[in-house]
Design a protein around this ligand. Structure first.
Ligand code: GDP
Ligand code: MN
Length: 379
């Protein structure tokens, strides 16, 4: 008779391991890898990992970018590990380094001072340039013009689990803009004034506080009148004093909770970053000089832009992707989602079923990653 899948058998046990449905059409997408020649070993490790767990089935192309020139060893080696085409691009001065409108000496001095204060990467000029490039320019690199989607890859990362579906296609199908697997808290001293500007951008453009914005914004409790035996006028003065504690430049009294999507993994639509609102956002942040006077990472920049311009429904949390970068990792087996006994979000077998699960995924992401919980990994 027909062997039916029931409670007794695990699905893979009955059906056998599924080969990913590789005959399906591909998205217009590429891996983007910013790297230097000296990082070749780390790049190869990352490529081996993503090829083994995903790309040997899906064969997405790679775009390697560098402010310098890739040498022949680098190019020949990465080609060997790619199951698809590879392009190499150099980043020109318009996208890397100090722009004309900033005083280079002042900027260098500001950077050196951050070095003196031992702010992580604060004293490293190239790191500031890298963050600014990933914040405001990579998506306009000519080699990415033809693509609609990208997946960011860094040297020395690791994927743990097979990814047997196409995340681009599924994001497209579910109308997602930005996908992450890890959200963590930023080091405060790297971004003391970032939120002030992001918040001003939002206010100037009359943007509403979406659920996603609330993932990043902390609102202090409004001051309450405490019961006391003090005379009326003194109590009033106390409340006023507490109100003054709230940042006067930030009218809503919001503070950044330092949460951000960890951008060394990122799957997103390029047109979000190429949009006029994002460009305006970046320009405003950039003009403040914060990429040099502070050490703004591209991760909080991307996150706060998303917070200002998108909502939770536009974001996908890839809780099923096992990923590690340096000491921080996300392991699906330990993901909070497990408590809900959820199936993986995207199951390649059955698209109709997928749709249903996607709907509950939205609900899940909205309920779990609500301001109440302060975001994944940010609690
Ligand atoms: P971390 O992950 O924050 O510790 O920073 P990384 O050193 O990994 O840098 C982030 C990404 O930018 C990696 O893909 C690096 O290869 C790349 N990167 C950083 N600095 C430079 C640079 O000066 N030139 C180039 N071409 N790539 C860089
Ligand atoms: Mn890194």
């Amino acid at each position: 008779g027909i062997l039916r899948i029931n409670e007794t058998y695990d699905r893979p046990f009955v059906t056998g391991c599924l080969e990913p449905a590789t005959e399906l059409p591909r998205a217009n997408a590429a891996f983007v890898v910013l790297a230097r020649n000296k990082e070749l070993d780390g790049v190869v490790q990352s490529m081996k990992s993503i090829e083994r767990h995903f790309n040997h089935w899906f064969n997405y192309p790679y775009v390697f970018l560098n402010d310098g020139e890739f040498n022949e060893t680098f190019k020949a080696t990465v080609k060997k590990y790619a199951s698809s085409s590879v392009e190499f691009g150099q980043i020109d001065k318009s996208m890397w380094g100090f722009p004309d409108w900033v005083n280079h000496e002042d900027a260098k001095e500001a950077i050196a001072k951050q070095g003196d204060r031992v702010i992580m990467y604060g004293g490293m000029e190239s790191y500031h340039h890298m963050c600014r490039f990933y914040s405001g320019f990579f998506f306009n690199h000519p080699l990415l013009d033809k693509y609609k989607w990208y997946w960011r890859l860094e040297p020395d990362i690791k994927y743990f689990c097979d990814i047997t579906y196409d995340p681009f296609i599924h994001m497209e199908r579910h109308n997602k803009t930005y996908g992450f697997t890890i959200a963590v808290k930023e080091l405060k001293e790297t971004v003391p004034n970032l939120f002030r500007y992001a918040s001003a951008y939002k206010r100037l453009n009359n943007l509403p506080s979406t659920g996603l914005w609330d993932m990043f914004a902390e609102r202090p409790e409004p001051p309450v009148e405490e019961k006391s035996d003090l005379p009326e006028d003194i109590r009033k003065a106390q409340v006023k004093g507490k109100q003054a504690d709230i940042d006067p430049e930030n009218m809503e009294g919001e503070k950044y909770n330092m949460c951000h999507f960890w951008s060394n993994f990122e799957i997103a639509r390029l047109d979000f970053f190429r949009s006029k609102p994002y460009e305006d956002f970046f320009k405003m942040m950039d003009k403040s000089g914060g990429f040099w006077t502070e050490r703004w990472g591209d991760a909080p920049i991307h996150s706060l832009a998303a917070g200002a311009l998108l909502d939770t429904k536009d974001i996908h949390y890839f809780r099923d992707i096992g990923y590690r970068h340096t000491t921080i990792q996300h392991c699906p087996a330990n993901a909070p989602g497990k408590q809900l006994k959820r199936e993986p979000f995207y199951h390649p077998e059955d698209l109709a079923r997928n749709k249903k699960i996607a709907k509950s995924d939205d609900q899940y992401w909205q309920s779990y990653d609500s301001p109440k919980h302060n975001g994944v990994g940010c609690r």
